[in-house]
Design a protein around this ligand. Structure first.
Ligand code: ZN
Ligand code: ZN
Length: 305
């Protein structure tokens, strides 16, 4: 996977939610009311993902808002765990899951030109035994707001395990909205796209030109070369990750296994920038920014090897 740094990509920031339900399945709002609610809340795009159903959403797209069709699919799990929850983005026909291996279901999504996200693995009780066999998911939900109802909204460990053991994969924050308040407008993606067209928004999502958040803003993020004094005093070229954000109580750099760094502000203050010099052994590095209310923003990883 070739990841694009959204902070070095041209375009504008678009706010979107990739996982949403309506009365077509088990949501509480009609399709029209769901789109109206997200539009009123300041979103630029919304993916409709009713369980096992696909709705025609074309009536809800105009120059200021992009409606994307999709579905949440639940193939059986042959590896011992609960059913899979897979969000299919930009499909237009329902997909039969009965009797199909999950990878056949993913292939059927791809055959329609769609894209697949692994949903809320913590809520599912999924471990790497369940997740390793899945082929062709471009992202995993690092945050799912409706799963906060049982205290299992974040799947950071699953994401890191996938990055370490399986390979590059992006992280998405979403609402998975079913209701009208408790699971709406709390987790979203900020996508950097040249415009609000479907091809460009999907291309930005697939290439990692976005970050995820439940509140904080990542203002800038880059991987740069620098020179630092070596042990004998001579300059040594190093790579470092540099981030600027909205005020944060912590900024954390995460890489595989025991690698990483947490940066904290002095007592009584908040951080608005941090950096971490890489050792060279990192296979990826990603950033988490947490504000004083406990809300978090997750960058996508820089893939280093
Ligand atoms: Zn689900
Ligand atoms: Zn869902």
């Amino acid at each position: 996977m070739q990841s694009i740094n959204p902070f070095r990509a041209p375009g504008r920031w678009l706010r979107g939610n990739t996982h949403t339900h309506t009365t077509v399945s088990d949501g509480r709002l009609s399709v029209a009311d769901r789109f109206a609610a997200y539009r009123e809340a300041g979103y630029d795009f919304l993916v409709l993902t009713d369980h096992g159903r696909v709705s025609d959403v074309s009536a809800y797209t105009d120059r200021d808002f992009l409606a994307i069709s999709g579905s949440e699919l639940h193939p059986a799990n042959p590896y011992g765990g609960d059913l899979y929850h897979l969000v299919a983005i930009d499909i237009h026909e329902p997909i039969e899951v009965a009797g199909r291996h999950p990878n056949e279901v993913i292939a059927a999504v791809h055959a329609q030109g769609g894209h697949v996200v692994m949903c809320h693995p913590y809520w599912c009780g999924h471990t790497m035994i369940d997740l390793m066999p899945l082929e062709g998911c471009f992202a995993v939900e690092v945050y799912n707001d409706t799963c906060a109802g049982i205290g299992k909204s974040t799947s950071e460990v699953h994401w890191d395990d996938l990055l370490d053991r399986k390979g590059p994969i992006l992280g998405i924050a979403c609402d998975d909205a079913h209701g009208t308040e408790h699971d709406c407008f709390h987790g979203w993606v900020m996508v950097k796209s040249p415009d609000l067209s479907l091809p460009n928004v999907l291309n930005a999502l697939l290439s990692g030109a976005f970050y995820s958040t439940t509140g904080p803003t990542i203002e800038d993020l880059d991987l740069v070369w620098d020179e630092v004094p070596g042990p004998d005093g001579t300059p040594r070229r190093v790579r470092k990750v540099v981030v600027r954000s909205s005020p944060a109580r912590s900024i954390v750099f995460k890489a595989q296994r025991s690698r990483g760094r947490r940066c904290l502000p002095p007592a009584g203050e908040l951080l608005e920038q941090a950096e971490w010099v890489l050792s060279g052994g990192e296979s990826y590095v990603r950033v988490e920014v947490t504000d004083e209310h406990g809300r978090t923003a997750w960058s996508n990883p820089f893939f280093l090897q």
